[in-house]
Ligand binder design. Structure first.
Ligand SMILES: Nc1nc2c(c(=O)[nH]1)N[C@H]1C(S)=C(S)[C@@H](COP(=O)(O)OP(=O)(O)OC[C@H]3O[C@@H](n4cnc5c(N)ncnc54)[C@H](O)[C@@H]3O)O[C@H]1N2
Ligand code: MOO
Length: 418
């Protein structure tokens, strides 16, 4: 019988997280085409290499002119100007605009020298012989975007670690990054253990269930920015488990297993920790679900051994694996962002350890409310799909009551400011 099965060193979640984050080893980077970098994590600092806009830009279709020449203009008192030229987008004006003159201009085109405002075309009337009537008094600067209004050269726009989404893609394109430096996706081997597990396409059989954890975890790996490698289910034989894990260890950046970490006779990960030459960082965390979650360091890689119960597996990944994946891809905010929300129902299940309950947030009348996503037992799988947060219920016998303001950890990553 393994000495680790019952003799467990209890750590608080914060200690466990720090122990894991201590092993952060930054991912290598690679350059990819801009169109291929969406969803990847940026590995470079993006600094503006030119102002935006880099020329005085018209915000409307209309006429560029001198505001001082429009004093008193209105629908009843039109002012006549000579039209010098037509300036489409992408071309350079050929002459200055002087007193009594206007240049017809398109939205996004370069405002000619001499002009200090642009009147919208709706406030004008085209006259014969290259003349135009102006029906509105203009002020200096009207409808002109000055050079650098949006971005000044040297402005730091994005830091490494940021996920590249639509807005980031627009910034990269604007500043000419046809190729983008991103962190390599960490390859994460996923193993489920247990002889009760069937392949997804297998018919149900007595006592057997389909392996759902491997696919749930693969999706979590992708959400965190990694590349999952789903491995065959591990057998109940510790020597074979050791062989299978060692074989993959060199080809991946980290390994996640589920099941086999508790005190049962077939809990093979516990046996592995007994016989391996790795270092066990901890094998019990003061949290529910997932208290038997164990993490080891083996041949230069972290091995996250999550509980087999789907709820515990999900929460264990979120609280330990995701922060590590974020860390190796340059994110400074590795832990989940938190907020507070009003609990809309009693949660009376007390626990010796803090509990992380799958929750669903609701915004209503300017307040944030939260409800358990469904039944919350560690063995329950179907409520995972409805969770957008984890509700923190402190340790103690009484749980939390309706209307309590509780801490919630947000599962969807908020966009960082840089
Ligand atoms: N005597 C005790 N029994 C248990 C304890 C304890 O302290 N003393 N702890 C319980 C807690 S808490 C948890 S959590 C589980 C953890 O067990 P394991 O991590 O060893 O997981 P398994 O026993 O392998 O499986 C548990 C449960 O989950 C199902 N499972 C496993 N893998 C998958 C998968 N890939 N997809 C879907 N479902 C999976 C498995 O069939 C079991 O039903 O131990 C408690 N017991
Ligand atoms: O700690 Mo277990 O993971 O609650 O169900």
């Amino acid at each position: 019988m393994s000495r680790f099965r019952f003799q467990r060193k209890l750590v608080q979640l914060e200690e466990a997280q720090q122990a894991v984050l201590h092993y952060i080893n930054m991912q290598k980077t690679e350059d990819v085409a801009l169109a291929d970098c969406f969803g990847r994590r940026l590995a470079m600092t993006v600094t503006a290499n030119h102002p935006v806009p880099h020329f005085r830009r018209s915000g409307v279709d209309g006429y560029a002119l001198q505001a001082s020449g429009t004093n008193g203009a209105s629908a009843d008192q039109e002012i006549k100007l000579d039209v010098t030229e037509m300036i489409p987008c992408g071309s350079i004006p050929s002459m200055q605009v002087g007193q009594g003159q206007a240049a017809r201009i398109m939205t996004g085109a370069v405002v000619p020298d001499g002009a200090d405002s642009v009147i919208m075309i709706e406030m004008t009337e085209v006259l014969p012989d290259h003349q135009v009537h102006i029906r509105k008094q203009m002020a200096v600067g009207d409808n002109i975007t000055p050079i650098g209004e949006e971005v000044e050269p040297g402005d730091i726009l994005m830091l490494p670690g940021r996920t590249i989404r639509s807005g980031e893609a627009a910034v990269l394109a604007t500043f000419g990054f046809a190729r983008v430096s991103v962190f390599r996706k960490p390859r994460v081997a996923i193993f489920s253990t247990g002889s009760e597990l069937l392949e997804v396409d297998s018919p149900l059989a007595p006592g057997k269930i389909r392996n759902s954890n491997s696919y749930m975890l693969a999706a979590q790996v992708i959400e965190a920015g990694g590349e999952p490698v789903i491995m065959p289910v591990l057998p109940d034989d510790p020597a074979e488990v050791e062989r299978a894990l060692l074989q993959v260890l060199e080809q991946v950046d980290l390994v996640v297993t589920t099941g086999g970490v508790s005190v049962g006779d077939k809990d093979v990960l516990v046996d592995l920790f007994e016989r391996w030459d790795g270092e066990l960082l901890f094998n019990k965390i003061a949290m529910r679900p997932g208290s038997p979650t164990s993490v080891g360091y083996w041949r230069g890689k972290l091995l996250f051994a999550l509980s087999g119960n789907p709820g515990a597996s999900f929460v264990g990944f979120e609280l330990l694996v995701r922060p590590y994946i974020k860390g190796i891809m340059g994110q400074t905010e590795k832990l989940h962002a938190e907020t507070k929300a009003y609990l809309q129902t009693d949660y009376s299940k007390g626990s010796a350890y803090p509990r992380y309950v799958r929750g669903t947030l609701k915004m209503q009348d300017g307040k944030v409310y939260v409800n358990p996503a469904g039944k919350d037992k560690s063995s329950i799988m179907t409520s995972i799909k409805d969770a957008d947060c984890l509700i923190y219920i402190p340790a103690g016998g009484k749980g939390a009551a309706r209307d309590d303001l509780v801490r919630v950890l947000l599962l969807n990553e908020p966009i960082c400011s840089l």
